[in-house]
Write a protein that binds this ligand. Structure first.
Ligand SMILES: Nc1ncnc2c1ncn2[C@@H]1O[C@H](COP(=O)(O)OP(=O)(O)OP(=O)(O)O)[C@@H](O)[C@H]1O
Length: 603
């Protein structure tokens, strides 16, 4: 029988080793891996989007600063010890793959023996497990330090871990990880629904922006919603959720550092411009200096301006019309606006007018009374307008709304009441309506296909989301969308270049489905063009192996090809016309336009 080595001295480690033995593990045998199927990994990543985002913004920079030159990985695990995401040294990741320290694998103490992630979950406190302190021998080459992450209401929501090659950890590592977790927990306070004020506290004014400050978050009436552990300590546990913050502060005036007898404090309004930023992918370039406030782009000025204007008009309840080719992200834009707006706790109802049969659209929008028409739900239907009451109704493809529904819509917008079909009464509704179309509504008005009065009622601000071929952040956009589908894969620079030169007629939708396909088919690092299926390779490459981007570039490519052919044929127009498959006249015309004379013309 194999005997486990001498248990360690530290009591908590001894206990953890004991639990490992009780779980039936043998220190000399590498335990079996328990791995989530790929689709469940994606689901978990989705569920943890906010946490991932906060880690990327508030812990990863510090990790890079301290560990970038060492063989280390930053790891986020969920409450069951399943690894959700990892960041850091790529070559070290490969080494960690040998012990399955990668995405989707359970690092529960009962499955992997004493390890920082699993043991921190059991202990509910930060722990460092250095080299030989790991129960399983195969894990002795690593040192891990992990700290649990708690929600503003004190529930465990995940674990942050730094795993390094054995020698890389020292006594300060645990303090560092705690600092990262502190930053994460403080930032999570901004995500509490109804959070309006953030009060930073400390015994000295210098700590107010240090990452070690106490934080209390209140609603707009100054009622405490949550606080971090430091605030509870600075305030000697005087405050509980629901208490009025003014019981401990003299003033709620914003931004000035103030002092009570016990502590310094500063009141800020909560920054709600956080939700659902696309994840900062591992293979994304370092953040641009100026972080865009719109979560849907990575530095495109047109989208940013559209976003800023939209936020402003929404707050003032001015109408918003969004145009843009199919797939440019109009729906996503509206969802992000909703999340960011004061209406975020109220419904967002989206309806695609083009996708509904014309004779049902009025019933869908305005509802109907029981027995209003044959085939209807016998209980009646309240309709989308009433479902959206207090929130936002997004009417996509509004151009497809039949004229009869247009007049009814105008009536609802003007009177703020909706009368379901066949009903004897009407209902008050307070709905902010946003519309989108990829057809030109103004032209439709001119042609009598869209009611002019409705257009004037809807039109306030008209914004157009740019087609991706015109976006200045295309490369970062592709990287970020790919990262959302990738497991650990990355796109090679040359493939990325091809992708940024492809015109993407289906816009973000096409980028999304292409990236999804590449991530599913190419389970390798640094994916090259030749790793892709033939049809995708073909779409990224033009005939001569160069890439076509826009009409302008296409023109340039054709002209270059013409010049090359003329050179190769020593100016023989007949031969060039046969090689290029165009008439001699076309060649003369093009050469003329380019100011090039044929040998014949020269002589
Ligand atoms: N900024 C973004 N990042 C990642 N994916 C996005 C982004 N914007 C849109 N998408 C994805 O692209 C696809 C198309 O987006 P969306 O439905 O918002 O486009 P649309 O302009 O409303 O299209 P249509 O006009 O055809 O209704 C969706 O799958 C969406 O998830």
């Amino acid at each position: 029988m194999l005997v486990n080595p001498t248990p360690p001295q530290k009591a908590w480690l001894r206990d953890s080793w004991k639990r490992s033995i009780q779980a039936g593990l043998n220190s000399r045998t590498q335990p079996e891996d328990h791995r989530l199927p790929r689709n469940e990994v994606t689901e978990r990543v989705d569920q943890h989007q906010t946490l991932i985002q906060v880690v990327e913004e508030h812990a990863y920079p510090l990790f890079c600063q301290i560990f970038s030159r060492t063989d280390s990985r930053l790891i986020l695990a969920d409450t069951k010890g399943i690894i959700i995401k990892t960041w850091g040294q790529k070559r070290f990741r490969e080494k960690l793959t040998e012990i399955a320290l990668d995405q989707g694998v359970y690092w529960d103490e009962g499955l992997k023996g004493t390890n920082a992630i699993g043991t921190a979950i059991v202990e509910k406190r930060p722990v460092s497990v250095i080299g030989g302190e790991h129960f399983i021998r195969h894990h002795h080459f690593i040192s891990c330090t992990a700290s649990p992450i708690f929600s503003p209401t004190g529930e465990l929501i995940g674990v942050l871990d730094v795993t390094s090659e054995y020698q890389a950890h020292n006594d300060a590592t645990q303090v560092l990880i705690q600092n990262m977790v502190q930053n994460i927990e403080s930032e999570l306070l901004n995500f509490i629904p109804d959070a309006a004020l953030k009060i930073k506290l400390g015994h000295d004014s210098s700590v107010l922006d240090s990452g070690w400050q106490g934080i209390v978050v209140t609603d707009k009436n100054g009622q405490v919603l949550a606080q971090n552990a430091i605030a509870a300590s600075v305030l000697a546990n005087q405050l509980q959720p629901g208490d009025a913050i003014e019981s401990v502060l003299d003033s709620l005036a914003l931004n000035r550092v103030r002092k009570t007898e016990q502590f310094y404090y500063q009141v800020e309004s909560v920054n709600r411009h956080h939700s659902n930023k696309p994840s900062l992918a591992k293979n994304m370039p370092v953040k641009s200096e100026q972080q865009p406030s719109c979560p849907l782009h990575q530095g495109d000025p047109v989208v940013e301006q559209a976003w800023k204007q939209a936020i402003t008009v929404m707050d003032k309840r001015i109408g918003l019309v969004i145009s843009g080719e199919t797939g440019t992200g109009k729906n996503e834009f509206v969802k992000a606006l909703h999340r960011q707006s004061v209406l975020s706790d109220n419904p967002l109802i989206s309806i695609n007018c083009g996708a509904l049969p014309k004779d049902l659209i009025e019933a869908e929008l305005f509802g109907y009374a029981p027995g209003a028409f044959t085939g209807a739900n016998p209980k009646g239907f309240e309709g989308r307008f009433r479902q959206a009451d207090g929130g936002i109704l997004f009417l996509d493809e509004i151009a497809d709304l039949p004229l009869s529904a247009q007049s009814r819509l105008l009536h609802v917008l003007q009177e703020k009441v909706v009368a379901p079909i066949g009903a004897t009464r009407s209902y008050p509704v307070d709905v902010y309506v946003i519309v989108a179309s990829h057809k030109n509504l103004k032209e439709m008005v001119a042609q009598g296909e869209f009611r002019e009065d409705l257009w004037y009622r809807l039109e306030g601000l008209s914004i157009t989301l740019p087609s991706v071929r015109y976006r200045q952040d295309l490369e970062a956009l592709i990287r970020s969308i790919f990262a959302q589908h990738a497991n650990q894969q990355t796109l090679s620079d040359s493939l990325l270049e091809k992708m940024t030169h492809y015109p993407w007629p289906g816009n973000i939708r096409e980028i999304d489905s292409t990236c999804r396909l590449i991530a599913a088919l190419c389970d390798i690092d640094n994916i090259q063009l030749t790793d892709l299926p033939d049809n995708i390779q073909e779409k990224f490459c033009s005939l001569d192996g160069r890439v076509t981007t826009s009409v302008h570039d296409l023109q340039a490519t054709l002209e270059a090809k013409l010049i090359q052919t003329m050179q190769a044929t020593n100016g023989n127009v007949s031969l060039a016309s046969r090689l290029l498959g165009v008439s001699r006249n076309t060649i003369y015309r093009k050469l003329n336009k380019l100011g090039i004379k044929t040998t014949k013309q020269q002589s």
